[in-house]
Structures are given as C-alpha cells and as structure tokens.
Design a binder for this molecule. Structure first.
Ligand code: FMN
Length: 163
C-alpha cells in the first residue's frame, strides 16, 4: 500500500507531528503547498492546525481533493484535546473526508503552542479575558506537542499502516 503524509503548519507544531509520523514509518512527508496528487497514494495521513474551530483552509482545500482513499487525520490546537471544541474540530475533519468517500481509519489531535504574537493581539483587542483556566490551558499548550504526543501519533499511524 502506497502511503504519504501531508501537513500544514504555520508555527511548526503540526510539522513536528508530521515528521514523527514520517520517522515512525518511512513514508514520504510533504507540506501541503508541495503536496502530490492524492490519487498517487492509497493511504494518506493529513495534518492540519486548528483555526477558528476548523482545520486550516489550506488543508481543507487539499482534503476536498482526496477521494475514495484510506485516511488518517491529525491536528494540533490550543484547546484541550478532550474538550468539546476539539471534538467538534475532529468531527468536522472526519465529515469533510467522508463526504469524499474516504475511509477514515483514525484521527489524532493534540495541543500545540499558541504563537505569543497571536495571544498579544487577542489581549489588545480584549477578545478573550485571561482567566486562570485559560492561562493554565495556554501554559500546557506551550509544552506541546511533547514526546508523548509524538509517540502516540506515531503509534496510531503505524496501526493504520498495518490495517
Ligand atoms: C489565527 C489563529 C486561530 C486559531 N484558532 C484556534 C481555535 O479556534 N481553536 C484552538 O484550539 N486553537 C486555535 N489556534 C491555535 C493553533 O491551532 C495551535 O497553536 C496550533 O498548534 C498551531 O499549529 P502550527 O504550529 O502547526 O501552525 C489558533 C491559532 C491562530 C494563529
């Protein structure tokens, strides 16, 4: 089975996960801007960063071109990975992939450090008050993806490859 890894990443978090999948499997890994034709592969790992509650637009665009394939999706976000917000992000990605007749074998989300420049802009605009809960979440996000996240993502991807 021919497989590859495609990802989008602005600040490097999702790229780290993509590179861990590549290291775990030897599958080729491409940033989405240089992504190959999905029809050249049977199984694709598709990685996104979460923007405004969804997979980033570039990855969504690529996902729409993936039709009738086996897929593993992965993503990074600032929110807790077991939160309703994260679940909605994962469900959105799964639904988009299933619309294309793909078989989603698994999906994996973990936290990723939120760019301090973005946090500063948000602070200036007074958008999200810095509550103790939010501070704790952002402090934890800043430690991810960590080695446990990378190992878990690699393990899940390898299980898809063995399917
Ligand atoms: C413009 C922008 C919007 C974001 N929106 C969300 C969001 O809706 N939910 C969330 O949990 N994280 C959000 N984040 C945090 C990113 O998803 C997170 O930091 C991610 O790990 C970035 O991935 P990257 O380093 O691969 O670019 C946002 C970040 C930016 C810059």
């Amino acid at each position: 089975m021919k497989s590859c890894i495609i990802y989008s990443s602005v600040t490097g978090n999702t790229r780290k996960v993509a590179e861990a999948l590549a290291a775990a499997s030897g599958a080729p890994c491409f940033p989405v801007r240089e992504a190959p034709d999905p029809d050249d592969y049977d199984l694709l790992a598709l990685g996104f960063w979460v923007r405004l509650g969804q997979a980033d637009a570039r990855t969504q665009g690529y996902m729409r071109r993936v039709l009738g394939k086996k897929v593993f999706f992965f993503g990074t976000l600032g929110a807790w990975p077991d939160s309703p917000h994260a679940r909605r992000c994962a469900e959105g990605a799964r639904a988009l992939l299933e619309e294309g007749g793909n078989t989603v074998l698994d999906g994996f989300l973990c936290q990723g450090r939120v760019d301090p420049k973005i946090l500063e802009i948000s602070r200036q605009k007074g958008r999200h008050p810095m509550t103790p809960e939010r501070r704790a979440r952002l402090e934890e996000a800043a430690r991810h993806p960590d080695t446990a996240d990378l190992a878990e993502a690699g393990r899940r991807w390898q299980r898809c490859l063995a399917d």
